[in-house]
Design a protein around this ligand. Structure first.
Ligand SMILES: NC(=O)c1ccc[n+]([C@@H]2O[C@H](COP(=O)([O-])OP(=O)(O)OC[C@H]3O[C@@H](n4cnc5c(N)ncnc54)[C@H](OP(=O)(O)O)[C@@H]3O)[C@@H](O)[C@H]2O)c1
Length: 282
């Protein structure tokens, strides 16, 4: 496994397993398979409603807590300072853990500036090792930087060959953020996977299109946690460390016209403020 070092000195595995849109039953089955296959980095969120199952799969795996890297994320209803403190404790309780490796604000709405203080306190209290932001744009990241006494270590945004985030990354080159990419395989977009550049490079290296894309992520310096329920894909996605794309091949992938799959609105869409009783998990 390759690790990156974050701006707070902690290390993060560059490849992991994401559990977005997975039921608790799916998590218990497939996350257990992923841990058995050697995945050590798990990305979940309060809003995935499967943290209890993540905790159970981890316990059942027999893996040592210190050998795993576990991320969760809070939703905007829980950003106000007092609520944020309670939400962090509730997250640990659902996961049945003493600490999180990484905690993110999931969406850039509501009282995130106020809540950041609670995130910093959680680090000082040992409840969380690293903190960061997800889906925040440049202006909103700077609002956090203006108040931070502990700077975000990680920014998680959509990243894939169709949306490489080079300009957002360049805007924060001095911060040494670790960039995590969601939709690393375009959410499984068949048109992306069928692009000739990935087919040609796959033939050259004896790899699938998905493996070429994941290798591109590694060389771009991104952290990714592709989601899969397919054991072959799970094995393939981890088998990307025995070859290297050339600079020209990286450039060819970076020529792909840029367009995000999802544009994060500046104002909160209505669904953000929907029900969020995370104690209700099947
Ligand atoms: N912060 C945020 O707002 C946010 C948003 C979205 C996602 N995320 C995180 O990012 C993770 C990944 O995103 P995602 O799950 O939406 O998208 P993704 O990982 O880009 O794509 C998942 C899809 O790709 C397919 N796939 C996986 N490996 C494959 C392979 N080797 N070959 C062909 N197809 C493959 C899977 O199908 P099979 O099951 O058939 O393999 C699945 O349909 C999530 O699980 C979550 O942890 C965060």
């Amino acid at each position: 496994m390759q690790y990156l070092t974050m701006n707070d000195g902690n290390k993060i595995p560059q490849l992991g397993y994401g559990v977005f849109q997975m039921s608790s039953a799916d998590v218990e089955k497939h996350l257990s398979e992923a841990i058995a296959a050697g995945y050590t980095h798990i990305d979940t969120a309060n809003a995935y409603y499967n943290e209890v199952a993540v905790g159970k799969a981890i316990k059942a795996s027999g893996a040592k807590r210190e050998d795993l890297f576990v991320t969760s994320k809070l939703f905007p209803q829980d950003y106000p300072y007092q609520k944020c403190k309670a939400a962090i404790d509730a997250t640990l309780e659902r996961l049945d853990m003493d600490y999180l490796d990484l905690l993110l604000f999931h969406q850039p709405y509501g009282e995130y500036v106020d809540g950041w203080r609670a995130m910093e306190e959680a680090v000082r209290e040992g409840k969380v090792r690293s903190i960061g932001l997800s889906n925040f744009n440049e202006r909103k990241i700077r609002q956090i930087l203006d108040v931070a006494t502990i700077r975000p270590a990680v920014i998680q945004v959509e990243i894939n060959p169709r949306w490489n985030q080079h300009s957002l990354k360049a805007a924060f080159a001095d911060e040494h953020f670790v960039w995590e990419g969601w939709y690393p395989l375009g959410h499984g977009d068949k048109e992306l996977l069928a692009m000739p550049v990935f087919k040609e490079l796959g033939e050259k290296y004896g790899k699938t299109a998905a493996q070429i894309i994941l290798r591109w992520h590694m060389q771009e310096g991104n952290v990714v946690f592709p989601k899969t329920l397919n054991p072959q894909h799970m094995a393939d996605n981890a088998d990307i460390f025995d070859f290297k794309l050339t600079d020209d091949e990286m450039a060819a992938i970076n020529w792909i016209p840029q367009k995000p799959y999802y544009t994060v609105p500046d104002e909160a869409p209505a669904w953000v403020w929907g029900p969020n009783d995370y104690s209700q998990q099947a």
